[in-house]
Structures are given as structure tokens and as C-alpha cells.
Design a protein around this ligand. Structure first.
Ligand SMILES: Nc1ncnc2c1ncn2[C@@H]1O[C@H](COP(=O)(O)OP(=O)(O)O)[C@@H](O)[C@H]1O
Ligand SMILES: [Mg+2]
Length: 241
């Protein structure tokens, strides 16, 4: 089954009299395990598309069905919980927390999930109900496992400022994968890296895609990055070419 289905998705931005159709009737089906590049010139709608796939923005028209869940059925809190549990991001500028170590950065998504589970258990007013939250020791072990998977075993106790850009992006990839999301979304993930490091990061993402069966959807306008994709979707003026 498709992990993600877009039907007639449009996003219109209004600015006074003008309207921009940043996405214009996009139909797209993405299978679990894909390694998909969204390509197109600047202004073609790549960021708008990834924001919508990440539940950071909603389409003006059309539907998005994630793993059988129509996002239109979720309210603000539901979307937020969906994003927390099922969707991960890798950012162009890495967005690591500077005062946390590598391990603490990678643990963060699991810590946030554990807190959310704890809060909802309190709200239900019962002890020992479904889905026991992970212990600190389990969270630490999962983080260390991902840090090893991205080749940074010796760096777990370092701070982001002690790392190179390529190493920071490896940490960001470990952080994205630690909760085993349905999809990892990355908007131009290599734009702040030199071309050799960008190639290494793409090779790492592709290796993790194969080993962990993780689904990656990333945008780029870098030819070298496109060449490493398994499938390419081209956007032009908000339409799939
Ligand atoms: N918040 C916004 N308000 C108005 N127009 C926007 C906004 N965000 C994007 N756009 C417009 O939508 C189009 C697509 O932008 P974007 O998704 O950022 O493209 P890309 O990431 O491919 O460069 C562009 O014409 C852009 O100017
Ligand atoms: Mg963009």
C-alpha cells in the first residue's frame, strides 16, 4: 500500500490582489521504502510540497492520505501528534540544539514522545494502561544505536560546535530516524555542504534507506544529488512535469 497519496493537491498563497499557485493540482503516490527526489528550479514549489507533506502547512484544495489516514480528519492537535510520532525532518541548516550533546540531540524526539505519552496517561487517570513509555535507559540505547548507524560512535558526548557540517548532518539524520518514522522529509538537505560532503551524506541516506527500509523524500536542485535518487518527481510552476 502507498505510504502517502496526494490527490489534486493545491496550495494558493494570496498577497493582496495577487495569488500564487505554489502547488497546482498535484497527484502523487509514494510507496514505503522509496528514496525520492523532488526537483525543480527555485520557486517551483518544492518547499511548499515538503511543508505540506510534513503537516506544517495544509493544502488549499485536495487530499493527503498517510498510511490510510486522511489528514483532513485530524484537527490541529491531531496533526501535531501525527507529526510527532510518524514524520521526521532533516533541515538544510541541521538545527541541532547547541547546548545538548550528540546523544542528547538524538534522544530528543524520544524524550518528547515519552513526555506526551506520560501526559496522556495522566489525563486518562489510570496507571499501567496501554503502551508503556520508554525508560531513560531504553531511550539512551536507541540513540546510541542510531549514532553508530550514521558512523559517529566516538562522538556521542561531543557538542555540535565540535563537529564538521557533514558530521552535524549525520547527527540530524540519526535524530530523524530514532523514532522509526513513516517518512523522513528533507528540504535541500545538502545545500549547506561542499559537494564531496554532500555526496557522502546522500550515500549515507541511501544506505540507511536500504538497511532500515526508511522512506526518504527530499528536494534538491543539485544534479549530483538527483543522480543518487531512485525516483525523481519534477515540479514546474507547482505542477508535476
Ligand atoms: N508564504 C508565502 N507567501 C506568498 N508566496 C509564497 C510563500 N511561500 C512560497 N511562496 C511562493 O510560492 C512559490 C513556490 O515557492 P517554494 O515552495 O518556496 O518553491 P521552491 O522551494 O521550489 O523554491 C513561489 O512563487 C514563492 O514565491
Ligand atoms: Mg525551497
Amino acid at each position: 500500500m502507498a505510504v502517502l497519496q496526494l490527490a489534486k493537491v493545491s496550495r494558493v498563497y494570496r498577497k493582496g490582489e495577487n495569488e500564487v499557485r505554489a502547488l497546482d493540482g498535484v497527484d502523487l503516490s509514494i510507496e514505503a521504502g522509496e528514496f525520492l527526489a523532488i526537483v525543480g528550479p527555485s520557486g517551483s514549489g518544492k518547499t511548499t510540497m515538503l511543508n505540506i507533506l510534513g503537516c506544517l502547512d495544509s493544502p488549499t484544495e485536495g487530499s493527503i492520505v498517510y498510511d490510510g489516514v486522511d489528514l483532513r480528519r485530524l484537527d490541529e492537535a491531531g496533526l501535531s501528534a501525527y507529526r510527532r510520532d510518524r514524520i521526521s525532518f532533516v533541515f538544510q541548516s541541521f538545527n541541532l540544539v547547541p547546548v545538548l550533546t550528540v546523544r542528547e540531540n538524538v534522544e530528543l524526539p524520544l524524550v518528547i514522545q515519552a513526555r506526551a505519552e506520560g501526559a496522556s496517561r495522566l489525563a486518562r487517570g489510570r496507571k499501567g494502561s496501554s503502551g508503556a513509555a520508554r525508560s531513560d535507559a531504553e531511550i539512551k540505547a536507541l540513540a546510541l544505536e542510531m549514532i553508530e548507524a550514521v558512523g559517529l560512535s566516538g562522538k556521542a558526548d561531543r557538542f555540535p560546535r565540535e563537529l564538521s557540517g557533514g558530521q552535524e548532518q549525520r547527527v540530524a539524520i540519526a535524530r530523524a530516524l530514532v523514532k522509526r518514522p513513516l517518512v523522513v522529509l528533507a528540504d535541500e538537505p545538502t545545500a549547506n555542504l561542499d559537494s564531496r560532503t554532500a555526496g557522502e551524506i546522500l550515500d549515507l541516506m541511501r544506505d540507511i534507506n536500504e538497511r532500515m527500509k526508511a522512506t526518504f523524500i527530499f528536494s534538491t536542485h543539485d544534479r549530483m544529488v538527483m543522480e543518487r535518487a531512485r525516483r525523481i518527481v519534477s515540479l514546474h510552476d507547482g505542477k508535476v512535469a
